[in-house]
Write a protein that binds this ligand. Structure first.
Ligand code: GLU
Length: 370
């Protein structure tokens, strides 16, 4: 049986609004045509659209300070306009769009995530195209996802999408920064995101959006780990439906990896770590062999956390090799770190879990030592 395909398309601010402040209505019309074609060949489609703040700036058209509250206000002005633009374009095909605005909290809480997933399923079965953005008007720095590359990745995972396409003014991942080197070339396919690939990403960004290549790579990490294929493509790319079907001619493709469980994915990419455990080389080996983390291998504890909180697990050189749910509070781990399990009872005056982080509640981010 043919797998049911679902695309999350992220459209960056720079594709919707030019640096001179012109609204790119032709682009929006062209994309809606492309997405209509894709839906006709059986795909589900979800759009993650940026541009609220950029559009708000154009509409308000007066100098503003760059304060958080002004950005929030501009986004509220621009967001309404952006969804109108999309709806006007999809009217040509009789397609009803819908709007969902999210913050980081919606991904952290499993209950809210379930709600989100349910409403998405319902909207798609009603034939609607959901248009999603961060709830910029109500989100302060602590609760923001912060950039729409990452937001789109989290949406793709939640939606159970098969494909995630990031469309922007960058044509793909270059082996060298194309703004500095004229011989930079697009890498057509990335199997896994190594340090070498990260170095290629440098820090390039565009004038109107907030994402750069770094956020695109961390998005690739999020989605490919959930079995989703990701592409970075130029907003001038045409015949998207055909190219997706052919799996060819699309900027840089990040190959989907083996799907991990939702539980592990949530630990690795949706929950927010509240502390760090630094572990010795023996423990690194054990974890990479899919064993649990024991107190004896822990060298350092930082942060204040409770049982059930997510913690980062790092090597002594500082490399992030895993994340997991702690069985113990940071205060207890501090007392038993480096100590064999047989000593724990005496030190803590109570019976505690034999592992600090159980292998089932852990995601390994670095499989083997480089
Ligand atoms: N959510 C922001 C907006 O709509 C865009 C964030 C981004 O560019 O990544 O203005």
């Amino acid at each position: 049986m043919k797998q049911h395909h679902c695309l999350v398309l992220k459209v960056g601010s720079s594709s919707l609004v030019s640096p001179e402040g012109e609204v790119q209505e032709n682009f929006i019309r062209r994309i809606s045509q492309e997405l209509h074609a894709l839906r006709q060949s059986g795909w589900d489609v979800i759009i993650v659209s940026s541009g609220a703040i950029a559009m708000g700036r154009i509409l308000y058209n007066k100098p503003t300070r760059k304060s958080l509250s002004q950005k929030q206000a501009l986004s509220a002005i621009g967001q309404r306009y952006i969804v109108n633009l999309w709806q006007n374009a999809f009217d040509a095909f009789g397609i009803l769009t819908s709007q969902i605005l999210l913050t980081r909290d919606d991904f952290k809480s499993r209950k809210r995530m379930l709600n989100f997933r349910n409403v998405l399923t319902e909207l798609l079965s009603m034939g609607s195209i959901p248009i999603i953005n961060e709830n910029d008007a109500l989100s302060s720095d602590e609760i923001r996802v912060g950039d729409n590359d990452t937001l789109g990745a989290l949406v793709a995972v939640a939606a159970g999408a098969t494909h995630y396409v990031i469309m922007s003014d960058i044509e793909g991942l270059y082996d060298k920064d194309p703004s500095r080197y004229s011989d930079g070339r697009i890498i057509p396919e990335v199997d896994s995101i190594t340090d070498e690939i990260r170095q290629m990403a440098g820090g390039s960004g565009s004038a109107v959006g907030t994402g750069g290549m770094i956020t695109k790579l961390s998005s690739a990490e999020i989605v490919t780990r959930a079995g989703i294929t990701m592409y970075i493509v130029s907003h001038s790319l045409q015949h998207l439906a055909q190219r997706l079907e052919d799996q060819a001619g699309m900027g840089t493709r990040f190959k989907a990896r083996k799907n991990i469980s939702r539980h592990r994915h949530w630990i690795g990419f949706q929950s927010s770590p509240t502390g760090t455990l630094v572990i010795d080389d023996g423990a690194v080996k054990a974890l990479q062999g899919h064993k649990s983390l024991l107190a004896v291998g822990i060298v350092e504890v930082s942060g204040l956390f409770k049982p059930g909180d997510t913690v980062e697990i790092r090597t002594q050189e500082g490399r992030l090799i895993a994340k997991g749910l702690s069985n113990l509070p940071s205060s207890q781990i501090n007392l038993i770190k480096g100590k064999q399990n047989a000593q724990h009872r005496n030190i803590l005056q109570q019976e505690v879990h034999s592992s600090v982080v159980h292998a089932n509640n852990m995601i390994i981010l670095e499989e083997t030592k480089p």
